[in-house]
Design a protein around this ligand. Structure first.
Ligand SMILES: CC(C)(COP(=O)(O)OP(=O)(O)OC[C@H]1O[C@@H](n2cnc3c(N)ncnc32)[C@H](O)[C@@H]1OP(=O)(O)O)[C@@H](O)C(=O)NCCC(=O)NCCSC(=O)C[C@H](O)C(=O)O
Ligand code: MG
Length: 287
């Protein structure tokens, strides 16, 4: 079963930006991705690596999961990033542009060789056409890999796709990765919304991601955190309906029935499983 730790809002921040790293201590995101990849200029990579590893091992971020995004496997910085991250021991190492199970195995081996603690997981970014077609083998490659992260900017670039409301051009890829995550019991996070001033468009995309089944969304600005937390948490109405589903089904079972209606809709044991998942998530989000 997929892990129920809340990961509604997962905020990227540039690893070279000291102010953002400080500010993140008070931002109510469920998790942080301290970035060494795209948000850091080549000249700033080494200083950012040091700063990010110090932040990840500081214990200053409370209950937020702190992760480090390393540079890609084909870059000159990747090996040193992985070694440094392994000894900093963040909640996870986020690896961009993962394309195969073999790459996951290499990352796993490097983390072990670097002495990474068991709590340091692998979050694999899926953001290329090859990754969409290999999503299941990537997700299944290792128990240390717990989360798939959509990289929709890279995916759109590789597809030569346009960003349009509703994300039609990306939905095929998003769906393949969702299928892979659910088939292998992994968590999956939606990609970022680039227009930090357009909160209406951002909320619409959160709603869409949630309806598709994503566990949460990756973010690029603090203003996106609150709406994302709200949309990816069960609403009061859902919590109430879930309680009534469980109650009605348990009553029906006492009378020897395996099916009942709630608000006019058929309820069977599979709906009860889902209602229990909603209540467990609501509880997890409260803490
Ligand atoms: C997008 C931004 C460049 C916007 O920056 P800016 O215009 O400076 O924002 P504000 O002036 O509104 O900032 C207000 C204050 O908030 C702090 N801030 C801003 N962003 C963050 C953040 N991400 N984390 C923490 N704090 C943040 C500012 O420092 C201001 O603080 P103060 O001065 O005290 O008032 C900027 O938001 C940004 O850099 N965002 C992150 C960009 C990033 O990390 N990109 C890489 C990941 S996205 C990606 O690559 C996904 C994937 O790979 C794909 O392919 O899709
Ligand atoms: Mg990317």
């Amino acid at each position: 079963m997929t892990e129920l730790k809340p990961r509604r809002s997962v905020l990227y921040m540039p690893g070279a930006n000291e102010r953002a790293l400080e500010k993140a201590k008070t931002i109510p995101a469920d998790a942080l991705i301290l970035d060494l990849e795209d948000a850091v200029a080549p000249d700033a990579k080494e200083a950012a690596r040091e700063r990010v590893c110090a932040a990840a091992s500081s214990g200053d971020y409370g209950s937020r999961e702190v992760t480090i995004r390393v540079n890609g496997l084909d870059t000159e910085w990747h090996d040193a990033d992985l070694r440094a991250a392994a000894s900093a021991g963040p909640a996870a190492v986020v690896v961009p542009k993962v394309n195969s199970a073999a790459e996951v195995h290499n990352i796993e081996r490097a983390l072990e060789l670097g002495g990474a603690p068991d709590h340091t997981k692998i979050w694999a970014m899926v953001e290329t056409p090859v990754a969409m077609l290999h999503a299941e083998e990537i997700a299944a490659a290792s128990d240390r890999l717990t989360v798939l992260v959509m990289g929709t900017n890279d995916l759109a670039k590789e597809l030569h796709a346009e960003f349009v409301p509703g994300r039609g051009p990306l939905l095929g890829g998003l769906s393949l990765c969702l299928l892979a995550a659910r088939a292998t019991g992994k968590v999956i996070l939606d990609g970022v919304y680039n227009d930090v001033k357009d909160l209406e468009g951002f909320e619409a995309e959160c709603e869409q991601g949630r309806q598709y089944g994503f566990d949460g969304k990756t973010l690029i600005h603090p203003a996106q955190v609150e709406p994302c937390n709200r949309i990816f948490a069960p609403s009061e109405a859902e919590i109430d309906r879930s309680r009534r589903i469980i109650e009605a089904f348990e009553e029906a079972q006492k009378e020897g029935r395996g099916v009942v209606t709630v608000d006019g809709r058929m309820i069977e044991n599979l709906h009860v499983d889902n209602a229990r998942r909603v209540l467990a998530l609501a509880e997890a989000v409260k803490n």
